[in-house]
Design a protein around this ligand. Structure first.
Ligand SMILES: Cc1ncc(COP(=O)(O)O)c(C=O)c1O
Length: 358
């Protein structure tokens, strides 16, 4: 459905597994990367403090958490600078890797993001992938929300260069109408992952495993037991069909783009980062106070709920269209409520004009 690279298929050396969340998937990727680079020595002896991981300043906080859990150490996570679109700069990545190697460190893992949390930025996976391949570094691609867009052929550009990735994940629980939790995690070399995570006590030995007749997914993630998440995802796919999923994704992108056009047309507001898909980052031009007031008042009203971020150190409002039943009328109403609160804030300011106070 997403037209992912063939190497992720179990018919080849790769494979996929459903996990709970993107945080867990990227942790598994990081662990496999750590083992691959140390020739599986860190599983035995622990980390020596020399391994280094890389992600952009805009990456999700789960990468930082994973680095802590995996014993890489937060000081050994490099946050690579981004360009004006908030996408990772491959040149800055290459420079940092070089600097680390010269300092005797061992670069082992890069996490690129397709659709960053704050602004939906798409890291240049191809250029990053070329660097990783040349350097022998594990490339993980986190497409937690935006990966779903690839069900539509016209949005598959977001995955350009994915053939360079060692692992990839996206969350049907974010934008594929599936109840939390459900993350699809793929690896190009399942042997590296399995070798990293498998432990075989006597009570788990069985003929099916020994004969190779079954895939033991306990070796593909942290927990031993697993929920039957495939069932709900299967029913979502059966219910909508590929064309149905495409229809909704296109609708959401179109609604978000429409919202962005209203922001563009309003002299009081501005777009903070051009939306490639279904997330619109915008702000009132009058500064952080008014944006905070709009956010608080709208959210307190219960009419809609939206979240904020900071882009270029300015408070930024974010509207995301991704829920199953969101229609044009909801987005129109959201925009009307946002403008209403902006207007209220303005008339409550000491400098408001008589016309505004009416
Ligand atoms: C880009 C990205 N990666 C990872 C995550 C973490 O997702 P999860 O809750 O599945 O761990 C998020 C959540 O917002 C995200 O936006």
């Amino acid at each position: 459905m997403l037209s992912l690279p063939e190497k992720f298929l179990s018919a080849n050396a790769g494979g996929g597994v459903i996990q709970d969340t993107a945080s867990s998937a990227s942790l598994c990727a990081l662990l496999a990367a750590r083992e691959r680079v140390t020739n599986f020595a860190s599983n035995r002896h622990g980390c020596n403090g020399k391994l280094v991981a890389y992600t952009s300043t805009q990456a999700h906080s789960s990468i930082e958490k994973d680095v802590q859990i995996a014993g890489i150490g937060r000081d050994n996570l490099r946050f690579i600078e981004v360009d004006e679109k908030f996408a990772m700069r491959p040149d800055a990545l290459a420079t940092q890797i070089d600097r680390d190697r010269k300092a005797g460190r061992v670069p082992c893992f890069v996490s690129a993001t397709v659709g960053t949390t704050s602004s939906n930025a798409i890291d240049p996976v191809r250029e990053i992938g070329e660097i990783c391949r040349e350097q022998g570094i594990w490339l993980h691609v986190d497409a937690a929300m935006s990966g779903t867009a690839a069900v539509c052929p016209e949005f598959r550009w977001i995955h350009d260069g994915l053939e360079f990735a060692d692992s990839y994940c996206f969350n049907p629980h974010k934008w594929m109408f599936t109840n939390f939790d459900c993350d699809c995690f793929y690896v190009a070399d399942r042997a590296a992952l399995i070798k990293t995570l498998s432990v075989l006590p006597e009570y788990l030995r069985n003929k099916a495993t020994e004969s190779g007749a079954v895939i033991d997914y306990r070796d593909w993630h942290i927990p031993l037991g697993r929920r039957f998440r495939a069932l709900k995802l299967w029913f979502v796919i059966r219910h909508y069909g590929v064309n149905g999923l495409r229809y909704h994704v296109r609708q959401h992108v179109q609604l978000a783009q429409q919202f962005a056009s209203w922001v563009d047309a309003d002299p009081d507001f501005e777009i903070a980062a051009r939306a490639p898909l279904n997330l619109v980052c915008f702000r009132h031009r009058a500064g952080d106070d008014v944006n905070q007031a709009i956010l608080d008042r709208v959210n307190q009203s219960g009419d809609l709920f939206f979240t904020h971020t900071r882009l270029n150190d300015r408070l930024t409002l974010r509207l995301c269209v991704g829920q199953t039943r969101t229609e044009l009328r909801h987005v129109e109403r959201a925009w009307a409520r946002i403008r209403e609160e902006a207007h209220r804030w303005r008339v409550s300011e000491p400098g408001a004009t008589a016309a505004e106070l009416k």
